[in-house]
Design a protein around this ligand. Structure first.
Ligand code: 13P
Length: 246
């Protein structure tokens, strides 16, 4: 269960959140708990949860190792700050910052090389869904974002299906709609990397909330959630992590 905090929370707020979270989820064994603060809070959050069952990730990275790339952060720098995961190609990055499948692919490789698990985001817009091009769009995103990986890299990464029309809108995909696309993603993935498709984890994101999480997680190809709004309040995020008790 991954909480994408997007551009929210100061360093103090981020640390205070995980301080409360760590006690509440200390008994959780079967769910990987991940939080994605802003770059500047990652290290402070990591120091608060080091060695515990909460892992820290970043929301982006740049594929070069170092150099004159003003404003960017490399995979090795994220590793140094304590990040073990990184979100790549989130629809907000595609929409506002010009991220495309080709750059997503470079970032996936840089993350893998530095032993950081990439969570690669794909998803169609409302227009694309209405035009019945969802599967075509998803196929292109999966193939191009995830090309030329080793079998090992391919089995370790995580894919997040986030229909753009469901993000921050309160409109969740129905469990059936989500399952249909998840199964399709696994199928495409199996064509690319035969043995990795069973191992790859596919998260659903888009208005996941404590009251709809259980139905979504029951679907056979939904392996977890990538949550924005409902991950910002600690009580709500705890409920999501403990969804099996809902
Ligand atoms: P919401 O849960 O706020 O819809 O955001 C989803 C998301 O973009 C997670 O990455």
């Amino acid at each position: 269960m991954a909480g994408n905090w997007k551009m929210n929370k100061t360093i103090a707020e981020s640390v205070s959140f995980v301080h409360m979270l760590k006690t509440a989820v200390s008994d959780v064994k079967d769910v990987d708990v991940l939080v994605f603060p802003t770059f500047i809070s990652t290290n402070a959050v990591y120091n608060e949860v080091k060695g515990l069952n909460i892992k820290v990730g970043a929301q982006n990275l740049f594929w070069e190792e170092k150099g004159a790339f003003t404003g960017e952060v490399s995979a090795s720098m994220l590793k140094d700050a304590g990040c073990s995961y990184v979100l790549i190609g989130h629809s907000e990055r595609r929409q506002y910052f010009g991220e495309v499948d080709k750059t997503v692919n470079k970032k996936v490789k840089a993350a893998s090389l530095n032993d950081i698990v990439p969570i690669v985001c794909v998803g169609e817009t409302l227009k694309e869904r209405e035009e019945n091009t969802t599967f075509k769009v998803i196929k292109k995103q999966v193939k191009e974002s995830l090309s030329d990986l080793s079998q090992e890299e391919a089995s370790k990464l995580v894919i997040a299906y986030e229909p753009v029309w469901a993000i921050g809108t309160g409109k969740t995909a129905t469990p059936q709609q989500a399952q249909e696309v998840h199964a399709f993603i696994r199928e495409i993935y199996s064509q690319l990397y035969k043995n990795a498709a069973d191992k790859v984890r596919i998260l659903y994101g888009g208005s996941v909330k404590p009251d709809n999480v259980s139905e979504l997680m029951k679907q056979s190809d939904i392996d977890g959630g990538l949550v924005g709004g409902a991950s910002l309040e600690v009580e709500s995020f705890i409920k999501l992590v403990k969804y099996f008790k809902n």
